[in-house]
Design a protein around this ligand. Sequence first.
Ligand SMILES: CC(C)(COP(=O)(O)OP(=O)(O)OC[C@H]1O[C@@H](n2cnc3c(N)ncnc32)[C@H](O)[C@@H]1OP(=O)(O)O)[C@@H](O)C(=O)NCCC(=O)NCCS
Length: 245
Amino acid sequence: MGIPFIEPHIDLGFTENFLTMMRAYPHGKMHLGAEGYASIKEVEIRALDTIFTLHADHEQNASTTVVRGVASTGAHPYVAISSGISALWGRAHGGANESVIAQLEYIGSVENVEAFIERAKDPDDDFRLMGFGHRVYKNFDPRATILKKLQDELQETLNLDSELMAIARRVEEIALSDSYFISRNLYPNVDFYTGIILTALKIPKSMFTPIFVIGRTVGWISQWIEFKQDKTSKIARPRQSYQGE
Ligand SMILES: CC(C)(COP(=O)(O)OP(=O)(O)OC[C@H]1O[C@@H](n2cnc3c(N)ncnc32)[C@H](O)[C@@H]1OP(=O)(O)O)[C@@H](O)C(=O)NCCC(=O)NCCS
């Protein structure tokens, strides 16, 4: 964005430092709003910190499995992590929160929401509601409950009253009461709320996966260490069952 690099501030915690480094100018003024360091609100720090914590590790999801698979070949941890980043980027995984916001922008207005919900329900249309459903959770994801509360708090504290927020609220409201979504156990997932929270924190959507990576790297490295310390670990080798001719 052409903004000068900001050194970390020794008196600030990790997440506050990160937000400050994203927003400040070297002379102490904020990039967004000129009120100085005080313009970062406590709820903003707590929201991003919660996202980092909730994303730290989440069992054998696609990207973690990739990290362990690459680690099992004896490859360097940096390449194992970078493979994990590639796997995370897809829209069915960590890329989902970026897709949530892109989709809300595409829907465009509250009046259009119902037509898009109909498309999501149509078996002949491959349009899916981004930020709904989960490969494992077939009930409300406990992380989503925490994030929804934070999103509401942010919305109130920062006075966020945009069309995008209104569209998000309407999508959530309809999907939570529609029999298609209820019968298939499709609830808003973490990506639905993190997409909205990161937007409220003025982070560009192309940076959402890197934010996820900051949190998840803790888990990937822990998984890498665990794999290396286990003397019985062998190279990953799923068996193939040939079903064809
Ligand atoms: C996450 C996801 C990949 C999980 O997929 P899954 O567990 O394999 O679920 P399935 O693809 O088997 O879907 C089950 C049913 O729900 C429907 N469905 C699932 N997610 C849907 C969505 N987001 N919008 C509309 N319909 C959806 C499917 O069409 C299918 O309907 P059917 O039984 O009539 O055929 C899927 O829900 C999805 O694509 N969600 C949107 C992307 C997203 O938010 N990803 C982040 C995950 S944390």
